[in-house]
Design a protein around this ligand. Sequence first.
Ligand code: ATP
Length: 378
Amino acid sequence: MVSSGFKAMLLKLGVPEERLSVLEGKGGIVEDEFNGIRYVRFRDSAKGFRRGTVVFENGDVVLGFPHIKRIIHLENGIRRVFKNRTFYVEEKVDGYNVRVVKVRDKILALTRGGFVCPFTTERIPDFVNEEFFRDYPNLVLAGEMAGPESPYIVEGPPYIKEDIQFFLFDIQEKGTGRSLPVEERLGLAEEYGIEHVETFGVYDRSKIDELYELIERLSRERREGIVMKTPDMRRIAKYVTPYANINDVRIGSHIFFDLPHGYFMGRIKRLAFYLAERKVKGEEFDEYARALGKALLRPFVESIHEVASGGEVEEVFTVRVKSISTAHKMVTHFERLGVKIHIEDIEDLKNGYWRITFKRVYPDATREMRELWNGLAF
Ligand code: ATP
């Protein structure tokens, strides 16, 4: 349900009345609240309002973070997307997307789906200088939260040894969602001391061999990939390393039944195109084949053993919070996402932080495995 005040505001912002009632009818827009600030989040898109858009009670609009085109064949993809243009190459950091915004006097962190995340909102002042929003209240910082202690992602990048960090990769205007040019973004990151994703320089399609080398290096370093962006941010494309494709399969196969088939298909497809484009043969090819096979099978078989011996398919993760109430808010937040987690352990780190251990159980995957193990026939 959306209150009449919000409805009037959305109409004024240009959402057509018909679309509004359709959206409302099927739960495509939902009204929510965080620490006294009310907002509406778009679960579906509507006329210029991308999925994940958030409209706050004061009229501030933060557009959903846009989809980034994926390139599968690096050389041909670059030719198609960028033609003869130059583009910046940045690291694609493996974490979760957040949009950081100041609404009234509060700095909030929004998830891709348009929720205010209690954990990220509590931690964001550790990484983003508040001065930035004093000077630019109309801008939104988009970045990746990444690290081994994350509520949404099983693993972090190899170079973050503990906790979590924020890496800026886009600055957009409230309302329009327009991105600042790359140079301006880099300048602001530097000026306000905001950590930025690593940039590898400016390339064009004539430098494909250097890009192949970069991808090989990132893959060896167990990093996820690259995002390529024209200086004006109008053309953007992503490409992931063979390492990341295999590693995602490994992480996913632990909860095999909980993921759509497309999760595995997409990653196997990307790896196959990499092997074909780079003409990988012989021993190197065999190594990839072995790595993929192991990634797909080992965690899957381990889960079966776990369930067969009476256990459950589960994941354990830890996060650091400043207040224990934030951990409880995360349990409620996950409930709203339809995910069951519970707090396993609370440890005082004696430095102003608590380390919270959560356990997430996968009831559907567990049930399906148990039934198959017990001989259910189709
Ligand atoms: P979509 O397909 O809609 O882009 P997705 O979640 O399926 O979303 P991903 O493969 O995760 O796509 O890649 C896009 C995400 O990569 C972005 O939403 C962002 O969170 C993350 N990302 C990490 N580093 C960067 C970067 N340097 N520039 C842009 N996005 C980045």
